[in-house]
Design a binder for this molecule. Structure first.
Ligand SMILES: C=C(O[C@H]1C=CC=C(C(=O)O)[C@@H]1O)C(=O)O
Length: 439
């Protein structure tokens, strides 16, 4: 395909720049990008190769990618700003021919950002191949340095094999000690130090064979179709929470906070949903999260819709109080989806209220490094459109490829009970746990 007729095809190869000595940016070369529409190749996740797959899918739509045309690793408080500057340079230098012109076509990067300023690595990857689907349109984008790659033929790859003999163990804190940490947080909240803090814990899964991340991804997408199933640089999961989506001038955010476990009995679960919708403890926890998102979006929006009351989002394992916040960004504001994600992070759904006090308390008492858990994960295109979820119901595949670290957290307010919070965290491990062990 794509032989010798377009301007892009006639471009001479361009060498990558020399690496810059000090900055976090890697060598930048001119990227040559081409997007064309293709016939439906079947489920997006089935197209992924085993090595370094990238994914962001929901209900059959979304983006998958593979290969690495460019990558940035950033750390520290400037990780979002560094990533935005790197992206602007790449976009500015790229030659793009996009025959589809939808959000997610043309030049795209997948990213996963650390929760905290320190420690933690963040990554933004521009794949060599991206396949996207929105509605009835499917497209393929090829990205290379200096010379145009022909799009590969699209076909399902060999089915992944499940991990074997997976065992789970407490990682940093066992349940008992974690309950002690929750009790400590309740004490600090009661003494007036802060209003809410989200505390998380981790589990370590060990397999006797290398984990092929496509296995849990396919299970998660099947079992949690209402969530965004993702994988970026070893971090995978199915998140129900959309930190921010920018699609042309429209911004949306799905805020979750306030949770109740499902029983598996539909009638009882409906009664529980009604209890959740009236629970003052959960409504308070939710209100903090909505307010933190609305406050962070307000400076960028000409109009905003913040629902007065949340709805109950039913997931197979838990139910959440949920609010969909929407806003309009004026044409004059070029703020990108990634910049909005940076402004929103950490919302009170993963940090707390007030944010700085909650963040300091997390560092002080949580007893672990969150890595990229609860950080923004998603994608960005050259127009600044994109989707950034919060990396919840997630896990990270270790470098040895046989260990996987699972994460789950809970919002703690004055009325929180440590034993209930532990049970809630256990329920939030279920999606990834099941995805690793089913089959
Ligand atoms: C921090 C997590 O969930 C957040 C999102 C939804 C509901 C939450 C809650 O009810 O505690 C948490 O704020 C997690 O899943 O690890």
């Amino acid at each position: 395909m794509s032989t010798g007729t377009s301007d892009v095809d006639r471009l001479p190869p361009v060498a990558a720049d020399e690496p810059r000595p000090d900055g976090p940016r890697e060598a930048l070369g001119q990227l040559v990008v081409r997007t064309v529409a293709v016939a439906d190749p079947g489920p997006l996740l089935d197209l992924l190769p085993r090595e370094e797959p990238l994914a962001w899918v929901r209900r059959g739509e979304g983006l998958v990618g593979w290969g690495c045309a460019a990558q940035l690793r950033s750390t520290g408080a400037d990780r979002f700003a560094d990533a935005s500057a790197w992206w602007a340079d790449l976009v500015g230098a790229a030659v793009v021919r996009d025959e589809v012109r939808l959000p997610g076509s043309g030049l795209v990067a997948f990213g996963s950002f650390a929760f905290a300023d320190e420690p933690g690595d963040s990554v933004l990857t521009v794949p060599e191949v991206v396949v996207g689907r929105k509605g009835d349109t499917t497209w393929i984008t090829t990205i290379s340095r200096g010379e145009l790659l022909p799009p590969p033929a699209l076909a399902a790859t060999a089915s992944p094999q499940p991990p074997t003999d997976v065992v789970f163990a407490d990682a940093h804190l066992d349940g008992e000690r974690w309950q002690g940490v929750v009790a400590e947080a309740v004490g600090r909240i009661s003494s007036g130090e802060l209003e809410k803090v989200v505390l998380a814990r981790d589990l370590l899964a060990t397999s006797t064979t290398d984990v092929d991340v496509r296995w849990p991804l396919q299970r998660l997408a099947e079992q949690y179709p209402m969530c965004w199933t993702f994988h970026v640089g070893g971090m995978f999961g199915a998140t129900p929470e959309m930190l921010v989506r920018r699609e042309r001038g429209l911004i949306t955010s799905r805020v979750l906070a306030g949770t109740i476990r499902r029983t598996g009995n539909d009638e009882r679960d409906l009664a529980l949903a009604a209890t959740l919708a009236r629970s003052s403890k959960d409504l308070e926890e939710h209100e903090y999260a909505v307010r933190s998102v609305a406050d962070a979006l307000a400076p960028h929006c000409t109009s905003m819709n913040v629902p007065e009351a949340p709805f109950v989002l039913h997931l197979p394992n838990v139910m959440h109080l949920a609010s969909d916040v929407a806003g309009v960004v004026p044409d004059t504001d070029p703020v990108s989806a990634l910049e909005l994600a940076a402004a929103l992070h950490p919302s009170a759904a993963v940090g707390g209220t007030p944010t700085p006090v909650a963040q300091a308390l997390i560092t002080q008492i949580e007893g672990m490094d969150r890595g990229r858990y609860a950080g923004p994960v998603g994608w960005l295109d050259a127009d600044g459109d994109g989707e950034w979820g919060i990396a919840l119901r997630s896990a990270e595949v270790g470098e040895d490829r046989r260990t996987v670290r699972l994460f789950a957290g809970c919002g703690i307010v004055a009325d929180s009970d440590p034993a209930s919070e532990l049970a809630e965290a256990q329920a939030k491990f279920v999606p990834v746990r099941d995805a690793l062990t089913s089959g």
